[in-house]
Design a protein. Structure first.
Length: 536
């Protein structure tokens, strides 16, 4: 696949974007919102420790990640539609103010519940920035440069969540003199957001659409059904591992507390299925659907959605499991620093491979590049699972580098191919949908693998005798025995379960070969001609 003039065609468009102050401000907004998608990966251990959350309650504190992701996903289609009605500038400022409020709420949170609420508010504001920036890029470059503009904004969004863990660790390192340095990750957003708000105020308001409908074009019913479906399925998955658990098994055997939703998993799943079914029916009948139904009816586009879903799950499992492993094996005061050092090779490998992906595709073809990326991602996860047997947290680094390089080879294509499969008027919706389903893969994937891990831990710990204080045993001796139990039994069992979740992630990555090869077969190695969608 050779396109010798592609860079020559793209460079003027990118220069035009970067010479527009409103567009630069918009890109800054997208970058900050996407950084906060993954920023908690490196600060999560410190957060849960300072908030007094039991390390064993992973099915609870995983919502510091999931709340942001779900709200971000829901905001994407809504914000794009609202910006068409009220204009780009008001939507940007509104989203930034919501993000600002969520950041302050997170920074001042005293409980995990407060933190989750703040993260949800943050996510809704952050997700609202992306579609407006995509639309603004199209407005700035016009129809001919739209493909490059949307692709560039999507690339900035991807760079943000690649940088998130490193950014979080850097901020906490700079404020290590503070008693709870992770709070500064959220406080530092405040001056940045204020500056962005003033920069956006200089943007032209943007003419609202004149094709009628106004707020009647806003599919609130679809948004409500989508919210219910996403929230309940993630609650069910995150709580499912404890469904039917005994008092001395699973996370409870490790000192975890009872999940209050564990007994309601069937009801949550039923609600999720029902709301998802109603959402599909509603969207098919709606005059102004929230989701681009026409795109989802194309086989090739569905392949990109399936691939984004799978790869999103693999990516997030790595980012969430690493801090958990570090928290289990290292001293509390070193956890955040070591987590950042561990995640740095992973994220750098993603960034490096993303830069090389275009050259690799030109040399080997898109089919081979996509397949290589998937295989490397799977091999990386297998390496992590295998090397964790050594008992050293540092042994994960080779696997993280391989997995990161594989994911980096995939991400540019997964961002660009949906645009090539869509018509000119559909590109914004195509880019948003691809990102939505990658994020959906992140949240559902991490919830599902958490549930499977908790269920597996329940099975393993159920074979053990619970640790009970003897009648004549002193408190000091019992505490020593508890500590020995944690070191000799609980931590090895937990690491075994994490190994198995990496094996599951490897399987998910390899399954992605099916939609990927189907996609490459539909497009060919020369891709679709810009502006002419693949309709199969």
């Amino acid at each position: 696949m050779n396109h010798p003039s592609s860079n020559d065609a793209e460079t003027p468009c990118i220069r035009q974007l970067l010479s527009s102050p409103p567009m630069v401000a918009a890109l800054g907004c997208v970058l900050l919102g996407s950084i906060d998608l993954t920023v908690v990966a490196s600060i999560l251990p410190g957060m849960i420790d300072d908030l007094g959350v039991n390390t064993a309650d992973i099915d609870r504190y995983i919502w510091a990640v999931n709340a942001y992701l779900i709200a971000y996903i829901i905001a994407i289609p809504l914000a794009g539609r609202i910006s068409d009605i009220v204009g780009r500038q008001p939507m940007f400022i509104g989203s930034l103010l919501i993000f600002l409020g969520g950041s302050v709420y997170c920074a001042t949170s005293d409980t995990l519940t407060d933190l989750v609420i703040g993260r949800a508010v943050q996510g809704f504001g952050g997700g609202g920035l992306l579609p407006v920036a995509l639309a603004l890029a199209g407005d700035t470059l016009g129809r001919k440069g739209q493909l490059v503009g949307i692709g560039f904004v999507s690339a900035v969004e991807t760079i943000g969540w690649i940088l998130g863990p490193i950014y979080g660790a850097t901020v906490t390192g700079l404020f290590r003199f503070s008693e709870e340095p992770w709070r500064w990750v959220f406080w530092i957003n405040v001056p940045i957001l204020v500056m962005l708000i003033f920069a956006i105020r200089g943007m032209a308001r943007g003419a609202p659409r004149t094709d009628g409908g106004g707020f009647r074009r806003l599919d609130l019913s679809g948004a409500i059904l989508l919210t219910i479906a996403l929230t309940t399925v993630n609650l069910a998955l995150a709580s499912g591992g404890e469904f039917g658990a005994g008092t001395g098994t699973g996370l409870r055997a490790m000192g975890g507390t009872e999940n209050p939703l564990a007994d309601r998993v069937p009801l949550l799943l039923a609600t999720a299925v029902m709301s998802a079914g109603l959402l599909i029916i509603w969207e098919l009948r709606s005059r102004f659907p929230l989701l681009p139904i026409a795109l989802y009816q194309r086989r090739a586009f569905l392949a990109t959605i399936a691939a984004n879903l799978s790869i999103g799950a693999v990516l997030m499992v790595s980012m969430v499991n690493v801090p958990v492993v570090v928290a289990l094996t290292e001293e509390p005061n070193r956890v955040s620093t070591i987590t950042a050092v561990m995640l740095a090779p992973f994220t750098i490998a993603i960034a490096a491979a993303s830069l090389l992906a275009g050259s690799l595709a030109q040399r080997f073809g898109s089919r081979q590049t996509l397949t290589m990326g998937i295989v490397l991602s799977g091999i990386g996860c297998l390496l992590i699972a295998w090397l964790l047997d050594t008992g050293s947290v540092w042994s994960m680094i080779p696997g993280l580098i391989v997995a990161g390089f594989g994911l980096g080879m995939l991400l540019p294509a997964l961002g660009t191919l949906p645009l090539l499969l869509a018509g000119v008027s559909e590109r914004g919706a195509a880019a948003s949908s691809a990102l939505m389903f990658r994020l959906l893969g992140m949240t559902v994937g991490v919830s599902l693998l958490t549930a499977l891990g908790v269920r597996r831990l329940q099975t393993l710990s159920g074979r053990l005798d619970p640790i009970v204080r003897d009648a004549d045993e002193s408190t000091a001796l019992f505490l020593i025995r508890q500590r020995d139990y944690i070191v000799d039994v609980a931590i090895p069992l937990s690491l075994q379960v994490i190994q198995e979740t990496f094996l599951a992630a490897a399987l998910i990555a390899l399954v992605a070969i099916i939609p990927m090869r189907s996609l490459a077969g539909n497009l060919g190695d020369d891709s679709a001609e810009p502006g002419k969608p693949v309709t199969r």
